[in-house]
Design a binder for this molecule. Structure first.
Ligand SMILES: [Zn+2]
Length: 686
């Protein structure tokens, strides 16, 4: 059968254990067409029933099953791919693979913990073994072989951060020209203050060795079948900083001349709250920003433990819609267990997949058009861990890049974010340390929103004048400064007024947030300030400054990574942040969104594709939005507005309007928007 043409590509990740193989294979052939599934990704030796490092005779026997699946899928026009459940290994779970892979060098963690199954990626014994196994996969003619996210040096339970085995220690010792012990190296890596020179040498070495490892995997596969594509599951760029991942070279080595597939994690394996989707959508955007153009993106839509006890069907649908709204080519669905339970035991999931396909297909067709996601730009740098300064007593994992909370703050306040160029950039924490002076000057010549630690970095680098501050000293807990009640957003130039008060109890009611005692230069505006219990003003909470480079800079006195939480958010904060972003953008913010008093927790987007713009709103609260208003800056005039119906048709309802004043366009939809019916509008420009 010919392959179907679809924009909302469904790839199902499924395990067919050998002891129930025939029944489950038959079920695939009957159910996949009903669910609208385009591709099946067979997971092998999975989860509860895995054997540790795959056992060669077991794998040889199971290969017969893979041939049978491939043949059956060809008959029904479903693409066949493979996802070995482990590469190096996620965890031991009591398995000791040294018994059937003699001489296996397992991983050793930074505190000396040792795995029994998870392998060291440079171990020649592991490489020889995995090559034999992966040749068996490659012989079955899959379209894609996915490499799991265990292709990393951290999180191989019981090892937290690796690999400090004798092979790795020897490689490091060779680099520095002296014999180094694990403890000595780890102490150097987490040394407080200015980084020890060994940290860079170690991260560079790890980065190179992992590029070598994925290159080895791809070559192994391509020696058998050069047409197979390789897929990469990853764990979020901020975490990969701690192993020195160099994304571009890593991607090239794994692709090995074929198109590369990428599976960004969506998290939310077990439904907590809808706000978890701020993480998911950001994961798509930031992972994309690290990879070369032309990568095929299929998100990871997964619930653990694979039943509605983990994620409701509605929650799963929203996750799927987010994947397509942010322009991905497909979703990989890990929604049914790996214990051999038939899919028909969970009939609502399959019914939803089939029913939502037309809506998602129409959405995906628009969102996949080439173009740019607009909003306030966020920064990521793959060398953040190289240059980050740690506090005394810091743990190894604190080398990871910060910044997540600024993303969530902005998105929650109706200010969409992007990793693409923009007239406004937000920078927090220490990421700016990885940027050159020229790159920083470029940022300072546009709109720049900084938190206190980021401002401190720029002052240290000599840019105090450009940000309007004499000093942004290290933060201190606000309660250490006495009795402070609230932040007053008082400055009318930025939309403030006396007695617009916001709690200082952040990130939660019991909080004691870190604040920097900012010292402004003359001519710098104070946007908001901290007041005492009798409303007398005290320390500065936010400043604004135009600079000689033609840029505008706003500095927040809080350390956003520590202060952001539910008590940070309120309607006055929304006014404050939307107002300063409007000012930073010189009156031309790419997109702001609000929904009146009912409209909290938006996840909104603007994607420009030539003469069209896609606007989207996910309501991440359980209360429906009564209306949605998008504020856009654009010199063009909207010629046509359309809204996507729940059945996947673009129509023009009477509840949809646009008005233009100067360069500001307000697009308003008076359609009620509950959390499980995201709103999408297509603007066609004149
Ligand atoms: Zn090792």
């Amino acid at each position: 059968m010919a392959e179907k043409q679809t924009h909302a590509w469904y790839a199902l990740r499924r395990t067919l254990p050998p002891w129930r193989f025939d029944e489950l294979l038959k079920e695939l052939t009957t159910q996949l067409p009903r669910y609208g599934v385009d591709e099946v990704i067979i997971k092998v030796d999975t989860e509860e029933f895995f054997h540790g490092q795959p056992i060669l005779p077991w794998m040889k026997k199971y290969q017969t099953n893979l041939f049978r699946i491939k043949e059956a899928m060809d008959k029904i026009g479903v693409v066949f791919s493979i996802n070995p459940w482990i590469t190096m290994g996620h965890c031991d779970r009591g398995r000791d693979s040294r018994k059937h892979v003699p001489g296996l060098r397992t991983m050793i963690g930074h505190e000396g913990e040792e795995c029994m199954t998870c392998a060291c990626p440079i171990d020649p014994v592991w490489r020889k073994h995995v090559a034999k196994v992966w040749r068996l996969y490659a012989e079955t003619n899959p379209r894609v072989i996915w490499v799991e996210d265990d292709i990393r040096t951290f999180n191989h339970r019981p090892v937290e951060i690796g690999c400090f085995c004798p092979l790795h220690m020897r490689a490091f010792s060779d680099r520095v020209g002296k014999k180094v012990k694990r403890e000595e190296l780890v102490n150097a890596i987490v040394k407080p203050g200015r980084p020890h020179p060994w940290r860079k040498i170690w991260l560079d070495l790890q980065g190179e060795l992992m590029i070598d490892t994925v290159g080895f995997l791809a070559r192994t596969v391509h020696e058998v079948d050069p047409d197979i594509r390789m897929g990469l599951m990853s764990s979020g760029p901020s975490r990969h900083c701690i192993e020195g991942r160099r994304w571009s070279e890593f991607a090239d080595a794994l692709a090995d001349g074929q198109p590369l597939y990428s599976r960004p994690p969506m998290g939310n394996y077990s439904e907590g709250e809808l706000r978890g989707f701020y993480y998911s959508h950001n994961s798509i955007k930031v992972t994309r920003s690290c990879l070369p153009d032309g990568v095929i993106e299929q998100t990871e839509v997964e619930n653990v433990p694979f039943t509605k006890y983990a994620n409701s069907v509605n929650f799963t649908f929203v996750e799927m819609a987010i994947s397509f709204a942010y322009g991905c080519h497909g979703i990989t669905m890990n929604l049914f267990d790996h214990c051999g339970t038939p899919m028909r035991d969970d009939p609502e999931v399959g019914a939803m997949l089939g029913a939502k396909k037309p809506f998602l297909d129409a959405l995906a067709a628009q969102a996949q058009k080439p173009g740019a996601f607009r909003g306030v730009r966020l920064l990521h740098h793959e060398r953040t861990s190289h240059v980050k300064r740690l506090d005394k007593g810091a743990m190894y994992h604190e080398l990871a890049e910060g910044g997540f909370n600024m993303m969530q703050a902005l998105e929650s306040l109706g200010i969409p974010t992007t990793y693409e160029p923009s007239n406004v950039t937000a920078a927090v924490g220490q990421t700016l340390r990885a940027f050159t002076d020229d790159e920083i000057r470029e940022l300072l010549s546009g709109g720049l929103l900084l938190d206190a630690p980021a401002a401190g970095v720029l002052i240290e680098r000599g840019f105090g004048g450009e940000i309007g501050l004499q000093a942004a000293p290290p933060t201190v807990p606000i309660d250490s400064l006495g009795a402070w009640a609230a932040e007053e957003f008082h400055n009318p130039k930025f939309g403030g007024a006396p007695q617009k008060f916001m709690s200082t109890r952040m990130p939660g009611l019991g909080g004691n947030p870190p604040i920097s005692l900012l010292k402004p230069l003359r001519g710098t505006d104070v946007v908001s300030r901290v007041v005492d219990p009798d409303t007398r003003p005290g320390y500065i909470a936010m400043t604004a400054r135009e600079n000689a480079l033609g840029g505008r800079v706003v500095v927040v006195a809080w350390d956003i990574d520590a202060a952001f939480g539910k008590t940070f958010l309120n309607p006055i904060r929304l006014e404050q942040y939307q107002s300063v972003v409007r000012w930073l953008a010189g009156g031309e913010p790419a997109i702001l969104v609000h929904g009146g008093t009912a409209g909290v927790y938006p996840l909104a987007l603007r994607k420009d594709s030539g003469p069209e713009t896609l606007l989207g709103l996910f309501n991440l609260s359980l209360d429906p939005w009564e209306f949605v208003e998008f504020e856009l800056a654009d010199p063009r005039r909207p010629a046509r507005l359309q809204q996507l119906t729940q059945t996947g048709k673009w129509t023009t309802p009477k509840t949809l309007h646009a008005a233009k004043k100067g360069k500001t366009i307000k697009v308003k939809s008076e359609t009620k928007t509950p959390y499980n019916q995201p709103l999408f509008i297509r603007v066609t420009w004149a």
